[in-house]
Design a protein around this ligand. Sequence first.
Ligand code: SAM
Length: 227
Amino acid sequence: MFGRIAGRYDLLNTVMSGGRHYAWRRKAVDLVMPSTPYKNGRALDIASGTGDFALDLALRQEVAGVIGLDFALRMLPIARKKAQKRKQGATASFLAGDAHNLPFADNTFVCATVGFGVRNFIDVPSALREIERVLKPGGKVAILEIVRQDGRNPVARLFPIYFRYVTPWLGSLIAGNREAYTYLPESVQEFMSASELKELMHAAGLKKVTVSSVAFGTTVILVGEAS
Ligand SMILES: C[S@@+](CC[C@H](N)C(=O)[O-])C[C@H]1O[C@@H](n2cnc3c(N)ncnc32)[C@H](O)[C@@H]1O
């Protein structure tokens, strides 16, 4: 499914978030930046898609290089092309792989990001344990995700209605794929709330988990630290 929408994925992200997803990613990257002694280590972007998060990480002086990993083979060339266009080919590389079985040794990365990916994982607890495993102790992960609403915030309660009716229409208009963008609101409805995801991060061994809301709480940035 992700392969089929790869070509129009960026445009839809921008339209659906009103262009805000760039700022959300920058905020998430700020929250995971390593300090001494981990400065200049390697960073990992999981479920990297077209590579926006990986390329934001690669802009930062605090990290020496970034790997973006995704299992959708049609996403990877788009990410690589974007890296070359932005002259970031030397600092960001893209690799095929599964978030549930990361092809890296323990304690490899100083920080990690996952943007709009966790909701699609078939086994979220095991993918979170994998993230914790490949991070160096004290290394941070930021998870940017649209979450199921469990609060009383009225804007956030209206959001599922917008999402259910407008998103498939946009998907059909812009990406020519109504099915993928019908899956999106359904996947959010079936997904976890921010507090449930926070619990799972704790259970995976991530410490000091914080939750920051963006987009009126419909989207969150969860940050946790490897033990
Ligand atoms: C909605 S896109 C997000 C792309 C990008 N991270 C972003 O922030 O725009 C979800 C991505 O997760 C990838 N994905 C889903 N499950 C995965 C898994 N188990 N392992 C690796 N990638 C996965 C998909 O291929 C897709 O590219």
